[in-house]
Each structure stands twice: as structure tokens, then as C-alpha cells.
Write a protein that binds this ligand. Structure first.
Ligand code: SAH
Length: 354
């Protein structure tokens, strides 16, 4: 039985897939490139408006494929210009996407899963549990919507929304390919950043297929503490994580690993921690982002005082590590790091898997 919902979705396809699709329909590959360009570069989702495709090809496409995207159902603008979009997926799940303007830069923070299966102690998404991976169309759909809303593609994409991108490897890699395609969103590789909690084997896999920038949620300078804060560390401890990250940036002097370090009052923010961190990162080309903790309902961590964050940062800078304190953006609309929640309707997978 073929119903509309079971037709292949054009938004799940990269350039090569679109070429293969039209060739299977009996026409030349370049029509597939045109099709790909219409939907991503021009944002056109009406076959009739694709004027350089023949009428018969348009007709066949209409019968063969669909164009299905998430729907923006809420838009929350914040006083600092940040906007959070809540998007509904075909099965009623919800995800969140955040737009962060900064001067000439426009960054979109994209989600990769509905909820998250990792249980980082300080993250609101973790509280939601995990429902499922996003499809390519649901990942690139967030960028498609952002480009339509802004009237142009974003200048940067960070895979830092809900979910662990390296736990949804194939779909994330394919969506990042579309972000970088000249016929689509034209983002240079260093303008796409993937953030991971540290799924080590997939950092090596990523290195084989992609050159996007790598950010890693470090949050602690030793295994004992990281085991508590980022439990995936029990599976992939620092002595495995650090070589993987070092290998990822390779010998290219221009590339660095961005380490994310959430500052939790009295937990990981002392000068002794800073010293351990300096020793840990020795020999790895690094950039450190200190993130002031963003509290959420029911979170039991405290925010490090600004002076402590500053002396921590200065200690690192003094040792030659490039460290910045990240400005908190969009916190009054719950759009800041670790505050994205969406809605996970069905948590059964998590409980049955566990
Ligand atoms: N799962 C991926 C992508 C999430 S990126 C990862 O772990 O890297 C979001 C970043 O915000 C991560 O570094 C995450 O650890 C951090 N974060 C999570 N909760 C936070 C909170 N409440 N305050 C500040 N940062 C937080």
C-alpha cells in the first residue's frame, strides 16, 4: 500500500540522492541538482514553481516523492535578539531550535534527537528522557526554516541543541553535508560545529567522513568528577577521549578542539580544577568555552560567581590556553545551553532499553 506518508521524502536526500532519484525516473542527473537547489537554496516546496523542470518530470515527482518538513508551532523572541522556535514533527513529537544573532553572525543551534539518552547531571534535556533520533529531513528542516525566517542562510550552524549528535551518526552527517553544499546552504566546514559528550568511536568515524569543527563537552578535569557529571565518561574515559579529539584535529595547525566547560558552583570551578585542566590539555590544540551554568526547574546545581569564573579563565589564559566565558543568550525564553526540553511523549524506549 502506498500512502502519502510512505513516499520518500525529498528532504531526506542529499545532492547525490536527488541525482539518483531523477535518473531512476529516466532523466539526466542535472535535473536532480536543480531540484535540490530549488528546495534548499530557493526554499521552494511547490513542484509547479520549479520552472526549469519539465512539466512531465514535475508530474512524476509529485506522484513519486513528498516534501515533508517539521512545522514551526511557536516562536519565542528574546530581548537580546535570540529566538527559540518550537517545531512539531509528523508524529506529534516536539523539538526546539535556537537562532542566535551576534553582529554579522547568525548562528542556528540545531537539535539531533527528540530528548537525549545520556544523563548529564546538569542538563534539562536529559530530564526529558529519550524518544527517537531525528531523520535527515527533521535536522535539515530546522536549517530550512531558519533560512526562510531570516531571508538568508545562517552564517553558522552548531549541532548543540537537544540530543547527542554522534548517537544519530548517519542522519547528522548527511544533514551536515547538505548544510555545506554550494547548491544548498553553502556553509564552510569550519562554520558547522558538532558538539559531543564524547562518544569516542564515533569521533574517529567522523574524522573519516567530515571536516566540521569539533566541540566536546568536557566539564571536568578528571575521571572521578566527569563520571558523575557526564556519565558516558564511565564508558569512554578521558584517556580514550583525549587522543580521539587530538586525532580529529590532526596536524593542521589551524584546527583546534573546542572544549565546553559548564561552571558549577563548588563542583568543578576551583583553581585546583583549572590546574588539572591545564595539565590534561597539554599538547592538544585547544580552545576553552566556559559556560556559566543555566539553571532550570528542579536543577540542584548553583551558578559559579562571576569572579570565580574570571579567575579560572585567567589561570587558563596564563598557561597559554585560549579561554572565553560564553555569554548567556536567550535564558529568559529557556533557550540557553541545557535548557531545551521539547516534549517527549513516549518514554517507553528509555525504560525498556535500560
Ligand atoms: N549532547 C551534545 C550536544 C549538546 S550541546 C553534547 O553534550 O555536547 C549543549 C552544551 O550545553 C553541552 O556542552 C552541554 O553539556 C551544555 N549544557 C547542558 N546543560 C547545561 C546547563 N544547564 N547550563 C550550561 N550548559 C549546559
Amino acid at each position: 500500500m502506498t500512502t502519502a506518508a510512505t513516499k520518500p521524502n525529498l528532504f531526506d536526500m542529499n545532492r547525490a540522492d536527488c541525482e539518483a532519484l531523477v535518473m531512476s525516473l529516466g532523466v539526466k542527473a542535472f535535473h536532480g541538482r536543480n531540484l535540490f537547489k530549488w528546495i534548499h537554496k530557493h526554499g521552494v516546496i511547490d513542484f509547479d514553481a520549479m520552472t526549469d523542470l519539465s512539466r512531465s518530470l514535475r508530474e512524476t515527482l509529485r506522484e513519486t516523492v513528498d516534501m515533508r518538513l517539521p512545522r514551526i508551532i511557536e516562536s519565542h523572541p528574546s530581548a537580546d535578539g535570540t529566538i527559540k522556535w518550537v517545531m512539531a514533527l509528523h508524529d506529534g513529537q516536539r523539538i526546539e531550535t535556537v537562532f542566535i544573532p551576534e553582529g554579522k553572525r547568525s548562528t542556528i543551534c540545531v537539535s539531533s534527537q527528540v530528548g537525549c539518552a545520556l544523563e548529564c547531571a546538569f542538563c534539562a534535556t536529559a530530564r526529558q528522557g529519550f524518544n527517537r533520533n531525528l531523520a535527515v529531513s527533521e535536522i535539515i528542516g530546522q536549517v530550512w526554516h531558519a533560512a526562510r525566517q531570516l531571508g538568508r542562510p545562517p552564517t553558522n550552524v552548531v549541532m548543540m541543541g537537544m540530543g547527542e549528535p554522534l548517537a544519530n551518526f548517519e542522519a547528522v552527517v548527511k544533514a551536515m553535508e547538505i548544510m555545506q553544499d554550494d547548491l544548498a546552504y553553502m556553509l564552510a566546514r569550519q562554520r558547522v560545529t558538532l558538539s559531543t559528550s564524547g562518544i569516542v568511536p564515533n569521533i574517529y568515524r567522523l574524522r573519516e567522513v567530515s571536516e566540521v569543527a569539533l566541540a566536546v563537552s568536557l566539564h571536568a578535569p578528571n575521571n572521578a568528577l566527569r563520571d558523575q557529571l557526564v556519565p558516558i565518561n564511565r564508558k569512554y574515559p578521558l584517556e580514550e577521549l583525549l587522543p580521539a579529539c587530538k586525532a580529529y584535529v590532526g596536524r593542521d595547525k589551524r584546527r583546534k578542539v573546542t572544549w565546553e566547560y559548564v561552571m558549577l558552583d563548588g563542583i568543578n570551578d576551583s583553581l585546583a580544577h583549572a590546574k588539572q585542566l591545564i595539565r590534561l590539555l597539554e599538547g592538544i590544540p585547544s580552545k576553552l568555552n566556559l559556560i556559566p551554568f543555566n539553571p532550570f526547574d528542579g536543577s540542584h546545581f548553583g551558578v559559579s560567581p562571576p569572579e570565580r569564573i574570571d579567575s579560572f579563565r585567567q589561570r587558563l589564559t596564563g598557561a597559554g590556553i585560549f579561554a572565553m566565558t560564553r555569554k548567556t543568550r536567550g535564558d529568559e525564553i529557556a533557550a540557553a545551553c541545557g535548557q531545551l526540553v521539547g516534549r517527549v511523549d513516549d518514554r517507553t524506549r528509555r525504560t525498556t532499553v535500560a
